[in-house]
Design a protein around this ligand. Structure first.
Ligand code: ZN
Length: 561
């Protein structure tokens, strides 16, 4: 072997005694354990995966350090009378005898009086690099942590001062062997980066600290993610999410289409949060909720004195959303004058406050939403054609809840969790019967209606008990269908919950014959199914040919009229 020669090892070898009858192995006075390197490797892997690399490294370094300190006691005892170097190399020789590594001494300068130490060693076959390569493949940085701990612990105990060993090459990174250098901590300019691995540390303290961090993150997540209800695996819903995600990367104006209550604002907010504008404001305005004469000042701001009552200058929603996202819900309700200003804001990125001639630049992404057909509104002259085309660049249709009934169980579970937290309730869950009723309901009010229903159920269910059917629906339960009524025009329509008797009463009062009712019923079912006869037939509980036959019969009757 190259490097500094070692003295005979027999004095050390004779210290090892196997006392298998009483289950003991001795190294002089120290009890030892003969372990499988693979088992130790398994423990090491567990430490890394459960505690993370840094903590695992610290634990292993300290474990090696403790072993090194024990072996240093032997050095003085066994070779105290020999030269300082021969006494010192008890460490490397024991390290080999114990099966950890083959040590080749390259440089060894030490002075017992002054405490100076400078040593360099090459390590072959370290078990640690070996198991690391097997478990994790090539490493980016040295990994022989336990062995470095041993070298540092041994030398520090031997020299009576802290000697820090660093691994400057490691076989686990792809070199032929490992190489270590040891010097007093003060001699290393970057010692501070290594010392923490030798220090005691309370994992419990770290865990508590982490738990606080998790709590903090969780609460910010709750505030930042009203997207609780962007839950759903059905294809129509997922399609809408994909479109939103793609739009988030751009500044495109997005038009959200869908019935009332499908969650358009949640989609808009999610789009905002996924976009580069997330740190800037998200401002939501419901155009239908504002009186017409206030809508312009709300959107574009107002200067003091612009009209009677304008006592202060005020920024509008556009200015408040600068840099962020402005969500205009029910945009179809916007008066024509405001539509012209909105168009200008979109085209030029400019607004003027009411009663002001100063032009203000704004950088806002607009997300508009509507539950009416804007195209029809254009034809009827209620909506500007140019604004419609400006808005309709990237339409996203959010399906109604009844078209994604398979998502209802997921939504119900998430909502129960949320409302239980909100109302401080601990519930066992929801009964199968109640769950069935929720899945069969038609949900004309969509997610919002489902949410109201679940919230009501959570509030009414007794603490530590189940949510039952009667906790969910107010009034007589029609679990198998939407609540329906008869409008003033005599047509069937979704409306206030009404029981069957009231419905029959209403029909009789309108003087409807049985044929009339059948006719109306069929037309309604076909309309509800969007003209899909198979689906309409299913809802009517008849076959598609039966439905076709009745429709033809109806057509013949009306042609004969
Ligand atoms: Zn190594």
């Amino acid at each position: 072997m190259a490097g500094i020669p070692y003295p005979e090892i027999n004095d050390l070898r004779s210290l090892v005694r196997f006392s298998s009858d009483d289950g003991l192995i001795w190294l002089d006075q120290n009890r030892m354990v003969l372990m499988h390197a693979a088992a130790l490797g398994e423990l090491r892997k567990e430490l890394i995966t459960s505690l993370g690399t840094e903590q695992a490294r610290r634990v292993l370094t300290r474990m090696g350090y403790a072993a090194g300190v024990r072996d240093a006691e032997l050095a003085r005892k066994i070779r105290g009378k020999q030269s300082l170097k021969d006494a010192f190399v008890v460490g490397p020789q024991l390290h080999m005898l114990e099966g950890s590594v083959q040590v080749e001494a390259v440089r060894l300068e030490m002075n017992a009086e002054t405490g100076e130490f400078d040593g360099e060693f090459i390590w072959h076959n370290t078990w640690e690099a070996d198991v690391h390569l097997k478990e994790f493949g090539h490493a980016d940085a040295p990994v022989c942590w336990m062995e470095i701990g041993y070298a540092s612990g041994y030398t520090s105990a031997f020299m009576g001062r802290f000697i820090l060993f660093k691994e400057i090459e490691c076989a686990a990174t792809g070199t032929n062997h490992c190489r270590i250098v040891g010097r007093p901590a003060e001699a290393w300019p970057d010692a501070d980066a290594y010392l923490p691995y030798f220090e005691e540390d309370s994992i419990l303290g770290k865990l508590l600290e982490l738990r606080d961090q998790v709590d903090q993150l969780r609460s910010t997540l709750c505030q930042r993610r009203p997207a609780t209800n962007l839950i759903g695996a059905s294809s129509g819903f997922q399609g809408a999410i994909t479109l939103i995600t793609k739009a988030a990367a751009t500044n495109v104006t997005v038009l959200l289409l869908g019935e009332t209550g499908v969650g358009k604002e949640r989609f808009a907010r999610t789009l905002h949060e996924l976009s580069a504008r997330q740190a800037a404001p998200f401002v939501a305005v419901n155009c239908a909720a504002l009186p017409h004469d206030l809508i312009e000042s709300e959107l574009f701001g107002v200067e003091k004195g612009a009209y009677t009552g304008a006592e202060h200058s005020r920024a509008g929603k556009f200015e408040r959303a600068d840099g962020g996202t402005l969500f205009l819900d029910e945009i179809g309700e916007l008066p024509l004058a405001a539509q012209a200003k909105l168009l200008r804001a979109l085209q030029e990125g400019e607004i003027e406050r009411l009663g002001d001639d100063r032009v203000r630049k704004v950088n806002v992404r607009l997300v508009a939403a509507t539950n009416v057909n804007l195209h029809d509104a254009v034809k009827e002259g209620r909506f500007r054609n140019d604004l419609y085309y400006r808005l309709n660049v990237y339409p996203v249709t959010i399906p109604p809840l009844r078209e994604r009934a398979s998502d209802i169980p997921l939504l119900v579970d998430a909502m129960i969790k949320r409302f239980c937290a909100l109302h401080d309730k601990k519930l066992l869950g929801i009964t199968d019967k109640a769950r069935r009723a929720l899945s069969n309901h038609n949900w004309p009010g969509n997610i919002r209606e489902l949410e109201n229903t679940i919230e009501r159920g959570v509030i009414l269910a007794p603490q530590h008990d189940w949510i039952e059917l009667e906790h969910l629906f107010a009034g007589p339960v029609r679990a198998d269908d939407a609540p329906v009524g008869v409008g003033a025009d005599g047509e069937l329509r979704a409306g206030e919950a009404q029981d069957t008797i009231a419905l029959a009463d209403a029909l009789l009062q309108h003087g409807r014959s049985l044929d009339d009712i059948e006719d109306m019923f069929i037309r309604h079912a076909v309309a509800q199914a969007g003209g899909n006869l198979a689906s309409a037939a299913r809802h009517l509980g008849i076959t598609r040919p039966q439905l076709s036959y009745r429709l033809k019969k109806r057509a013949r009757t009306s042609a004969a009229d």
